[in-house]
Design a protein around this ligand. Structure first.
Ligand code: ATP
Ligand code: MG
Length: 161
């Protein structure tokens, strides 16, 4: 079983992945760190203040079985199931302000979440709303969804605009 955990920055992928991988006994792969470690990068995106990841290298890699891959590009990889974390932009803004990013970078990510860009890209996927929850509650919900005990929903934050 290969799982991808994706979402807009600040939705809690890294925090949730640590608990979820332990709970499901899956090897945890932090995609950005992994790509940088192997040199699968194409330089810096100065405007976004981020590293450009070489998607061809990622897609051609033989990913291990029984792993959880977390990162905002994880849904592009050959996985069995994609989980998208969603967060209402009002709460997401509070989380992103703690990351010490530029106001422009924060605004761009809030807009991306309000539009549901990653959720659209990641289809077919299951979505979890993390708003007002702690990471362990999010993990409980993911587990219930994977076991078929909870129905998947989708979330529309476009009214935030
Ligand atoms: N329900 C929740 N689930 C996960 N994280 C949460 C939740 N509520 C608050 N947080 C907090 O939100 C912050 C952002 O989480 P995190 O850094 O894991 O996001 P990320 O999606 O990995 O972001 P990035 O794409 O920038 O790596 C952390 O401080 C985390 O503890
Ligand atoms: Mg992260």
């Amino acid at each position: 079983m290969r799982l991808a955990l994706t979402g807009t920055p600040g939705t809690g992928k890294t925090a949730v992945s640590k608990l979820l991988s332990a709970r499901l006994k899956l090897k945890l792969i932090h995609l950005n760190e992994y790509a940088i470690k192997y040199g699968w990068t194409l330089g810096r995106d100065a405007e976004r203040d981020s590293t450009i990841i070489d998607m061809t290298k990622l897609k051609n890699h033989s990913w291990p079985d029984n792993c959880l891959i977390e990162g905002h590009l994880a849904h592009e990889l050959p996985v069995d199931k994609i989980i998208v974390l969603r967060t209402h932009p009002v709460e997401l803004e509070k989380r992103l302000k703690k990351k010490a990013w530029s106001p422009e970078k924060i605004a761009e990510n809030l807009e991306a979440e309000a539009m549901g860009l990653i959720a659209d890209e990641a289809e077919p996927a299951v979505q979890i709303d993390t708003t007002g929850k702690i990471a362990s509650q999010v993990v409980d919900e993911i587990e219930a969804l994977l076991k078929g005990k909870l129905e998947s929903s989708s979330y529309d934050f476009t009214s935030w605009f």
